[in-house]
Design a protein around this ligand. Structure first.
Ligand code: SAH
Length: 473
């Protein structure tokens, strides 16, 4: 270990920054954030530093560095562009036993500034001991994506209840209690921004802890994270989805959840496939039963669905069950297939020149009465059919019957955002034949409307060739 990581209290303490440029500005700002009394030595100041001087937040020592300026300070930073000056500051500080940082020069420094994640009071610091700052920043970014934005709020929330919990519970029970708070419904509420709900959950958790004799054992209720997994590419998960996938004990996932997405979940989480294969009835009932049973065991259950849980995902039915059983849950939106497919095939769903509205429709006829297709026959309106592959001929027939032209543009996007994604572009007249010829399979979306002609079709050349020779071998 080249450096000992410690957190230094500089609040109210004098520190010196030598240099008046942008780098000096950043260092001075860190010191100010931590409450230090900052003096800046420089002949001239960056406008923002000058601004701090005007508001009285910084003192300016105009002119060149002189070792006497170090009197009484606890830390110094040399951030000038002149190596000789920086070396002079470093030598003078070290001689006096003052901690010194020389920007971009680990040799001359006795302390370094790590890359940090500030979720005060939680602070994460990452350092490469000055050897690979870019790498340290990357590590910081990777950690940062896993830390909820409201982590600091959670720390403060827990801090506020420390004393009351101390009085209510014995030492052993307390530890188990805080573990459950940090990783259960209470934390989920705070991280969602619902402090009132969190207070309530905390009180109920506290009552349970007081009632159960076994510390941490039994009684406490699990929770459900209803998570949209997006269209397939794991990089299209939201940060919150990723965070919750990292803490779930059990994952219930559908057929449309890609293996790459599942791979991002906690390694030791139990994974249960609950996908609906064709003709498999009663699966939804089994899902409801699992949600109730697993949460009663105190498990944190991630219910992971392709796309968004509330777009043809039966998320509505599942939260009705959760509500009926008083099971706490959060819903995390996902990028629905239509949005993933539109982005991946460069097909804008609305466009000032082509379409001013868009509808997502199920192509699954048994899912209830279909909407009025007359509205969809207007090419200025974009329609995205989900689950439409098997019903392609029927959908096209209805659109034509509702008045849509044979040349009405359409696109089929198969496996959007997944390896092997394909886009077929055509018209109502030719798309069915094309889909058959190319053996298009589910999952795929049908996009209908003027904008479909804008799709970057990778099968277009093949179509043109087939069209010109007129032959299908
Ligand atoms: N809740 C999901 C939709 C579930 S319905 C969402 O918001 O995306 C299942 C249908 O979604 C499939 O039949 C297909 O039409 C569409 N779909 C899902 N993932 C897809 C993908 N990667 N590419 C194309 N279509 C997809």
């Amino acid at each position: 270990m080249d450096y000992l990581p410690v957190f230094l209290r500089v609040s109210g303490q004098p520190v010196l920054v030598v240099g008046g440029g942008e780098v000096a500005l950043r260092k001075a700002e860190w010191f100010l954030k931590a409450g230090a009394r900052v003096s800046v030595v420089a002949p001239e100041l960056h406008p923002e530093l000058a601004c701090y001087v005007r508001t009285g937040e910084l003192a300016h020592l105009a002119g060149a560095f002189a070792p006497a300026q170090l009197a009484g300070v606890i830390a110094a930073v040399a951030a000038t562009s002149e190596r000789a000056v920086n070396a002079q500051v470093s030598a003078a500080a070290r001689e006096r036993g003052i901690a010194v940082n020389v920007v971009d020069d680990a040799e001359l420094s006795t302390f370094i500034f790590p890359a940090i994640i500030d979720r005060s009071p939680i602070i994460v610091a990452v350092s490469s001991a000055g050897r690979a700052p870019v790498l340290a920043r990357r590590v910081r970014e990777q950690i940062e994506s896993l830390l909820p934005a409201r982590l600091g709020q959670l720390a403060r929330f827990m801090g506020r209840h420390r004393r009351a919990v101390q009085q209510a519970l014995g030492r052993l029970a307390r530890r188990a209690f805080w573990e459950r708070v940090a990783a259960g419904p209470v934390a989920t509420r705070v991280l969602e921004g619902d402090e009132a709900g969190a207070e309530q959950a905390l009180r109920s958790e506290l009552r349970t802890s007081q009632l159960t004799s076994v510390p941490g054992g039994g009684g406490s209720l699990g929770e459900v994270y209803l998570i949209g997994a997006g269209p397939g590419d794991p990089d299209l998960l939201t940060l919150r989805a990723l965070q919750l996938l990292q803490q779930a004990d059990v994952i219930l996932y559908d057929r449309l959840v890609s293996p790459a997405v599942l791979a991002r979940a906690r390694r030791d989480a139990q994974r249960i496939f609950v996908g609906k294969e064709a003709g498999e009835r009663g699966q939804q009932g089994r899902i409801h039963e699992l949600l109730v049973r697993l949460t009663a065991e105190g498990k944190r259950v991630a219910r992971l669905k392709g796309g968004d849980p509330f777009i043809f995902g039966r998320g509505g039915e599942e939260i009705e069950v959760l509500n009926a059983h008083g099971i706490p849950f959060v819903v995390v939106p996902g990028i629905t297939a239509a949005l993933g497919a539109a982005a991946a095939s460069h097909l804008p769903l609305t466009h000032r020149d082509h379409a001013h509205s868009v509808t997502f429709v199920t192509g699954h006829v048994s899912d209830g009465a279909l909407p009025d297709f007359r509205y969809f026959a207007n090419p200025q309106h974009t329609v995205v059919f989900y689950m439409g592959v098997a019903q392609l001929a029927g959908i096209i027939g209805r659109l034509r019957a509702a008045g849509a032209a044979a040349q009405h543009p359409v696109a089929l996007i198969e496996r959007a955002t997944l390896p092997g994604q394909r886009t077929l572009r055509g018209t109502l007249a030719d798309i069915a034949a094309l889909a058959q010829e190319r053996q298009l399979a589910s999952p795929a979306l049908l996009v209908v409307g003027s904008v479909a002609a804008l799709a970057g079709a990778d099968e277009l050349t093949a179509l043109a060739t087939a069209g010109s020779t007129g032959a299908v071998a």
